[in-house]
Design a protein around this ligand. Structure first.
Ligand code: ZN
Length: 117
């Protein structure tokens, strides 16, 4: 379960931001994650709960937005989104090439916004 280490990393950033802005109570955060970052929202939510219990950040509301994978075919340059269960072997719908495509999006993992007071 890599969500725990992701949550730890994100919490470090959040703590820094909160200190900078002189706020102590964390209300909600919005996290954007690419399909290829393979984050399980429920697992990340659980990790956050576990890490923030008995801290000023307890009870934070987690919003998650998933960005679909987009790649550009290495052969015919077609841009496409691989189907869900074909995420590792991305077969191009036009020419059938499977490997070496350029990843355009889907690897993102970042905090889009923090709401605190
Ligand atoms: Zn192609």
């Amino acid at each position: 379960m890599h969500e725990l280490s992701i949550a730890e990393g994100l919490l470090d950033i959040i703590k820094e931001e909160m200190a900078k802005n002189n706020v102590t109570k964390l209300l909600s955060i919005k996290i954007v994650h690419g399909q290829m970052a393979s984050v399980v929202p429920e697992a990340l939510d659980m990790a956050f709960k576990a890490l923030t219990v008995d801290t000023p950040m307890e009870g934070v509301r987690l919003e998650m937005e998933e960005i679909p994978t987009r790649v550009r075919c290495c052969q015919c340059k077609l841009e496409f989104s691989p189907v869900e269960d074909d995420i590792y072997l991305m077969t191009c719908p036009q020419c059938g090439a499977e490997l070496g495509h350029e990843i355009l999006s889907g690897k993102e993992l970042y905090i889009e916004s923090i709401e605190a007071e």
